[in-house]
Every structure is written in structure tokens, then in C-alpha cells.
Design a protein around this ligand. Sequence first.
Ligand SMILES: [Zn+2]
Length: 286
Amino acid sequence: MNFVMPRSTYTRLHRRVPVAARNRAERSQHPVFELIEELRREAKRSEYLSYSEIGPFRSGGAVHGIARFVFTGPDLAEEPVRIGIFAAIHGDEPETAYAALEFLRRLLKEPERARGYEIYVYPVCNPTGIEDGTRHSRSGVDLNREFWQGSKQPEVYYLERELGVLLFQGVIALHADDTTPGVYAYVRGATLTEALARPALEAAEAFLPRAAGSVIDGFPAQDALIHHHCFDGVLSNPAELHPAPFELIFETPQEHPVELQVAAAVAALDRILEEYRPFLAFGQNL
Ligand SMILES: [Zn+2]
């Protein structure tokens, strides 16, 4: 039995803000939010996809929420395999949000590929950063350095709650990096993560080069994989989980066209679903 106590000290708003009062007009300024709305409408007609919003929280005089799609694959077992995909925790990386949404659109066309999975997708983890086109949230904080450290940031509070309650067997964070000319990944958590990361990078290589060199993003790397190193406070599972979930941070080179970054990230995500499936047959005792 896993027991996880989120350590955030964020206090939620006491009064719920009616949906009508939210500033939808402002949110729709970035095309990402229009795509979310489109997919949300499709979700209403789909037996596999559902939409909800986590939050709400207030920032800069407006009320925000974090979009959450859940894709429930066919033939779900009693205890489904839950995967969490998190994009745009940095607001200046909208490519990752496009990739997350495209991944879902393709699953809608071929739901079979999600057989056995319950996939949670958070296309915009930093909504105010996306609106402002900034890495940081409107509070001026790099949210991806705040996790599991008693953060007062509402986005972190709500995402930590998802991670703490849903206990994902796998967490994938999507990023776009403007300092590295190729795709690469941080490998964390379960030892099998590497067995997923290698084919994921191969799949991505159909669209973009792999990052070269023995140092990437300031960390020692091999074959475009970074092991045992990462920044403190990145979005991740709570540390106490047993067995350890797989955790992958997948980065696309931001200097390349958005379409190619989207194609590379979607190919990597598809490949992870394929590669992880055989492990499911052996249960979670990995
Ligand atoms: Zn990033």
C-alpha cells in the first residue's frame, strides 16, 4: 500500500470561483488554448477521452485552471496502468503542448494503441507562462524547480496532488530545449526507464537528430541519455513510491521547426506505450 503525503504548503482558495467568472477571453489568446477547446469538444463525443480541469487558482487578477485529459484505453483491467504526461511546465515551450495534444488526437483515431492504459495528459502545466510566453509562471517562478519542496505555487500544489493521488506507474515530462541541437532524455526512477528511453529516442530520430556529446544541459550524457542527474525540484513522482515508477524527461531541440518537434515527441510517446506493454504482463513488481 502506498501512502503519500504531499508536502506542499499551498492553501487553496476558500471560495470557489464560478466558471462564468473566469477569464476565458484572455486564455484563448494563445492558440494552444483553442486546440484544447477543440479537443475538449471531441472528448464529449468520445467513449475513450474525457476532459476536466484541475484548480482553480488565482494569478495576476485572473482565475486559471490546468487542463487534464484522460484517455481510457480499451479493455482496461481492474487496476489500470496509469501513465502521466506533463507538458509546458515552462511557458515558452508551447511545442510540448502541441505534441501532447497531437498524441491524444492520434490515440482517438487508433484507440487500440492505448489498450490496457489509462493515460493522463496535462498539455499546459503552466497556463500563465503560456499566456505570457515566458518560461516562468506569472509569479516569476520556474515551476520546474519547486516540486516536493513545500512550494507555495498553486500550479505545483495541484500537480503534486495529482501525482500523490494517482500514483502513476510512469511519468513523462515533455520539454523543448533551445541550447541543444538534438533530442535527448533524462532517465529517472525505475531501472526499466532506460529500456523505454532508448527506443523512444530511436523513434524520435526519424524526425530529428539525436543530441551528441558527453555533456548535455550541463550533465554527463551517453547516447543522448542523462542518468542519475537532474535539477532539484523537477516535476516527478513522490520519492516514496514502491516499486519505483519509470520517469522520463524528453527534450526536443527548440531550434528545429515546431512540426518536427511535435512529430518526434509523438513518435517517442507512441513508442513508450508499445515498449512498456510487455512489462505489464508481469505485473508491477519490477
Ligand atoms: Zn523546459
